[in-house]
Design a protein around this ligand. Sequence first.
Ligand code: DGL
Length: 268
Amino acid sequence: MHIPAAHAPILFFDSGLGGLTVLGPTRALLPTAPIVYAADYAGLPYGKKSNEELAARVPALLGRLVERYQPRLAVIACNTASTIALAHVRAALDLPIVGTVPAIKPAAELTRTGVIGVLGTEATVRQPYVDDLSARFANGKTVLRHGSPGLVTGAEAKLRGEPIDPAVVERAIAGLRDQPGGDRIDVIVLACTHFPLLHDELRAAAGPGIALIDGAAGIARRIAHLTEGQIWPDTMSPGIAVFTRSDDNPPPPLAALAPYGIGAIETI
Ligand code: DGL
């Protein structure tokens, strides 16, 4: 069995900054883990892309990143990329890959009304993967879905310290609530890693009596489990964030990433 060196990082991958919501709880469990956080700004937003495009783009880009940073494990911290490309990535790369899929199972355990809302990107909510999760874990329950690209833009803006339009958040919640049966939703799955960045705004728009859940803590536990017994550095060192180059979308200021333990920005 291959034993990774202490300095071998965990690679996090997302289209943008949403994967930081998975990095946060992982850092809490593995505080000295070396981190590379990769954001495909040249491809953002993934929610607007076709399955074919993402099934080709994500494994190719991850392949480049793996070659460059030699991680011990890669986390696709993006529901859109995971629901479309996880199997392709696993087939193409020879290292453990952790994916991020909508937290429909815990939502089904939590709901009392039997009506669950799934808020994701437009690409995620149309995936057969979501049909499969609903059939396996929420059988007999109603799963309503809505895709909101505005929340992705809003989450990116918030992290940069820019204002967010409250109407965008209201519209996202209304997109679920206004569907038949939507008034009975008591659990909303945040099925895009960007959305927990807007937790407070979504909480306020959803109103009382609706739980918001996401899969980040479970993914962090999975990463800790898969790396159990491996060697880590004795002290924490700042992580690297790497962005694919985009003229329209330059990397955020380092200060926005510093709370997540990122100390340097690179572009590729
Ligand atoms: N953060 C991504 C997800 O979890 C997608 C955001 C986007 O690029 O549209 O689905």
